[in-house]
Design a protein around this ligand. Sequence first.
Ligand SMILES: NC(=O)c1ccc[n+]([C@@H]2O[C@H](COP(=O)([O-])OP(=O)(O)OC[C@H]3O[C@@H](n4cnc5c(N)ncnc54)[C@H](OP(=O)(O)O)[C@@H]3O)[C@@H](O)[C@H]2O)c1
Length: 307
Amino acid sequence: MTPRHLPGGKPGSGPPPGRKFQQWIDWASPPGSAAQPTGTSTPPAGELSRARIFITGSTDGLGRAAAGVLISEGHDVVLHARTRERAAALSDLAGQVNQIGRMDAVIHNAGVFLEPSRAATAEGHAKTLAVNALAPYMLTALIGRPDRLIYLSSGLHHAGAGSLRDIDWTSRSWNAARAYSESKLHITALALTLARVWPEVLSNAVDPGWVPTKMGGPAATGDLQLGYLTQTWLAVSNDAAATVSGGYWYHRQRQAPAAQARDPAFQDQLMDRLAALTGVALSLASRLRPARSEEIPGDPSQDPCDT
Ligand SMILES: NC(=O)c1ccc[n+]([C@@H]2O[C@H](COP(=O)([O-])OP(=O)(O)OC[C@H]3O[C@@H](n4cnc5c(N)ncnc54)[C@H](OP(=O)(O)O)[C@@H]3O)[C@@H](O)[C@H]2O)c1
C-alpha cells in the first residue's frame, strides 16, 4: 500500500518516504519525538497477519503510540489528526475512511479532558460531549462496519452515571469533570450496546489508566506502555482472550464497568439521544440472520435456503 494524502491533508508534508503503512487524514504533524512506542500487541502467532486499522486522534499520546506499535508489527494504519467538531467534517472524514476500504478495526481514541467551559461547537453542542461521544457515535454510524471496534473510556466513567436529561449541558451549570465522566460513560455504553446488537463485531471499551500524555500530564502515575497495548491487542490479536465482545478492559484484564453502561434500557435511551443530537441514526440491526428460535413462523423472507 502506498501512502497517499487524502482530501484535507497537506500535500508534500505527510509521512516520510518509505513509511508504507500509514495514511493520513487531515494530516497535521508527523509522529515526533515523544516517547517511542515499545512492546507488542500480542505474540506473533496470535495476530491477524496484516490488518487495516483506523485510529482517531493519532497525532499524539496513546493514539500515536498505539499506531507506532501496529505499524512496527506490519499492519496498515490509517492515522487521523484533529477534526473540527462539525457534523460535516465528521461526515467527510468517514467518507475518506470508506474510500480507503473496509477497516478490520477502528480505535476510537480522540478525546478531550477538562474543558474550561461548555465551549459550544458549530452545531451548538458542548465540546466535551461532541468530541468524546457524538464524534465516535457518528463515525461508528458512517464508517463501514469493521470486524472490531475499540472505544477509549476511563475509570472516571463510573462518576458519570445519572440522568440523560441534560446530556448536552444546555441547562446545567458547567462542570468539566462531570462532563468528562459522563462522556466516558456514554462511550462505554456505546461499546457495550454494539456488542449486544452487532454480534458479528467485537466491540470493547478500554480504560488506559492515568498515563503521562498531554492529557494525563507529567504527574500521571500509570505505565504509558500498558496504557496503549490493550487497544492494539484487542485490534489485531487472535488470542481467545482478545476475541471477545462487550468487555471493559484495563491492562488486558476485564473489569466491571458502571452498571448503567451495561443496562440495555439505558443503552437504548442513549442511542436515541445521540441520534437526536447528531441527526444520524446508527443501524442497530445485526447483519447476522436471527437465531432459529427468533425466526417468525411462516415469514417468507426467512427462507432457510437463503444464505
Ligand atoms: N492520558 C490518560 O491518563 C487517560 C486516562 C483515561 C482515558 N484516556 C483517554 O485516552 C484517549 C487518548 O488520550 P491521550 O492521553 O492520548 O490524550 P492526548 O495526549 O491529549 O491525545 C489526544 C488525541 O486526541 C486528539 N484530539 C483531540 N480533539 C480532537 C478532535 N476534535 N478531533 C480529532 N482529534 C482530536 C488530539 O489531537 P491534538 O494533538 O490536535 O490535540 C490527540 O491526538 C482519550 O480518549 C482519553 O480520554 C486517557
